[in-house]
Design a protein around this ligand. Structure first.
Ligand SMILES: C[S@@+](CC[C@H](N)C(=O)[O-])C[C@H]1O[C@@H](n2cnc3c(N)ncnc32)[C@H](O)[C@@H]1O
Length: 280
């Protein structure tokens, strides 16, 4: 289905193919999406009616995790696969505690990047760059990343709802390991990842529908595979858990406990440990 190109849409994008960034924006009630995105989003909702709530739950987890990092004194953030900045972007949440927190957003989607650049144009402490999560070395070497983030001090790296777009062939564990090796002890890893564990057939059908229609197929993983992505980090309590169970707000806790697998994903927050010297 074709659409007319709004003024804000970069010329290079294909209006006939859905993008995960724009579908996510639609789930979150944003306006940076096209007919093709809304069509796929509605097809996903037909299989799994709580898709918009899932997207909201991911954002709520991200907010809780960023507040946890901020409370530990972290004032720099690298949000990879950031999406169209809607519903509480990281700089807004981090700056509740520290108004000088610095944030670099990374996404490969031109609409997410264009919108991010526009809202951050007057913000000297934040940037939005276009890069591929599968090339972490290029992200770490980017001059805007280097200008804003000091890798000799703790950084929080966010990988929320993005590593399930990275195939086994593209080695998500190596992506995380490269980031881990570049960040200082005390740095945080904040991750959410889709999983097919304990999912009903409708949810699996939705995944198959998405993978048939999207140029960005997803690779859902088991809880054990997701936990393994935290290799070399120390997980904070409660560990890698179904998404709504990661430190829910008290008013959400009862609902979260009722059917924690309903959002088909796991989440965790971890810290890079300080190396302890060995005697002798
Ligand atoms: C489902 S959205 C999640 C957005 C945000 N992180 C959140 O949790 O609300 C996934 C985002 O990852 C981005 N993405 C997917 N594959 C990517 C890749 N290889 N490199 C960079 N960004 C990617 C998409 O463009 C999209 O914006």
């Amino acid at each position: 289905m074709s659409d007319t190109r709004p003024e804000w849409a970069p010329a290079a994008i294909n209006l006939d193919q859905p993008s995960s960034a724009r579908v996510w924006d639609y789930f979150l009630g944003g306006s940076h999406n096209f007919a093709v995105d809304r069509e796929v989003a509605e097809a996903a909702i037909a299989f799994k009616p709580d898709m918009p709530e899932l997207a909201r739950q991911v954002r709520m987890f991200l907010h809780r995790a960023v507040r946890t990092a901020a409370a530990a004194g972290v004032d720099q953030y690298l949000d990879i696969g950031a999406g169209v900045p809607t519903m509480g972007p990281v700089h807004e949440i981090a700056r509740e505690r520290n108004p000088h927190a610095r944030v670099v957003y990374v996404d490969h989607d031109p609409v997410a990047v264009a919108h991010g650049e526009a809202i951050l144009a007057e913000d000297p402490d934040a940037a939005f760059i276009q890069a591929d999560a599968r090339s972490p070395r290029a992200i770490l070497a980017d001059s805007r990343v280097r200008a804003l983030l000091d890798f000799d001090r703790p950084v929080a790296v966010l990988l929320c709802s993005v590593l399930h777009f990275v195939s086994d062939a593209d080695d998500p564990a190596a992506v995380v390991a490269t980031l881990r090796d570049a960040i200082a002890p005390g740095s945080f890893l904040i991750m959410q990842h889709a999983s097919h564990d304990d999912q009903p057939s409708e949810t699996i059908a939705m995944l198959e529908m998405w993978n048939a229609k999207s140029p960005e197929p997803m690779y859902w993983r088991t809880a054990a595979q997701i936990e393994a992505l935290f290799d070399g980090f120390t997980l904070l309590k409660p560990g890698v858990v179904p998404l709504p169970l990661w430190r829910p707000e008290p008013e959400e806790a009862e609902r979260a406990a009722k059917n924690p697998q309903r959002y088909a994903s796991y989440a965790g927050v971890a810290v890079k440990p300080h190396v302890t010297g060995t005697a002798g």
